[in-house]
Ligand binder design. Sequence first.
Ligand SMILES: [Zn+2]
Ligand SMILES: [Zn+2]
Length: 293
Amino acid sequence: MDRPLSSPIFIFHGNFNMHIGCHLSTSGGYVAMGNTALKLGADTLQFFTRNPRGGDGRIPSDEEISSLVQIMREHSFAPAVAHASYTLNICSATPATREFAKRTMRSDLELLNRFPAGTVVYNFHPGSHTGQGIEEGIRLIVEGLNEVLTEEIHTPVLLETMSGKGSEVGGRFEELAEIIAGVRLQEKMGVCLDTCHIFSAGYDLVNSPEDVLAEFDRIIGLNRLHAVHLNDSMTPFSSKKDRHEKLGAGSLGFEALWNFARLDAVRELPLVLETPNELDGYAAEIARMRAGL
Ligand SMILES: [Zn+2]
Ligand SMILES: [Zn+2]
C-alpha cells in the first residue's frame, strides 16, 4: 500500500479505487436497491437489515441476494454495509431490551451468512449504558457479543464509532478496543468509522487527520477498520452531538473529508454517505467526491 505520491497511477487516476455510495432503502427489494446505487454512480451501498424501528422486515430470497451480489461484482463494488437497526441496545439496563438486541443480531447475521463471504459487513451501534456507567456498558456489550457470535458467521461485525452523547458507549477509541479485547471470537470484529461522530467526539479530522488515524492504529489497529461513514457535521468540533450534514455544508468541510478519504488506510474502504439528502443529492456528492477538490 506504500504507493509514492509521484507514481503515475496516482496522478492518472486521482481517486483510484475510491468506493463510495450511500444509505439506500430496501423497500423496493435488493435488486432495485443495487440498480439505484448504479444510477447514482455508487460502487458500494448501505442498507438496514430490517425496519429501523426493529420490526422483522421482509426476508429476501436467495435469488434476490444473488442478483444483488451479481450487480455488485459486475461493477466492482466494495463490500456493502448492512446496518443493524439503530434502536437496538445490547447494553441496556433492561434485560428484555438486551435479549431483543441479541435475538435481532443473531437473525441479522443468519441473513448475512446467505451472502457470499467478502460481499457484506455488519455494522451496529455499541449502545447506551443508560446510567449503569461506561464499564458496565462495555461489560454487557462483550457479554452480548460472546452470546451472539459463532464460528459459522462469515460477516465481519463492526462497532460504529459514536459521538459520545449521553450515555452512549463508543465515543472513545479505547472503549471500542476494550470491547474487542473482551470478545472471544475477536477475528470476527472490526470498526466502522463515522467522520461526523468522531469529529463530534473530539477527534480533529480537520487539523490532524493523520494523527487521528495514528491514534486509531495505536489503540484499535487499522486492520480492524472495515468501513467509513462519510458525513459532515452540523455541530461544532467536540460538541458530543450526532447531527449529520451534507458534505461541505458543515463544520468538517469538503476539503477535510476529501483529504481524509484519500489517506492510505481509508481510500480503498467502502465510504458510505448518510447525509441529509434525496437521491439526486447523493449522486451529486458521489460525483464531487470522485472529482476531488
Ligand atoms: Zn450508524
Ligand atoms: Zn450519526
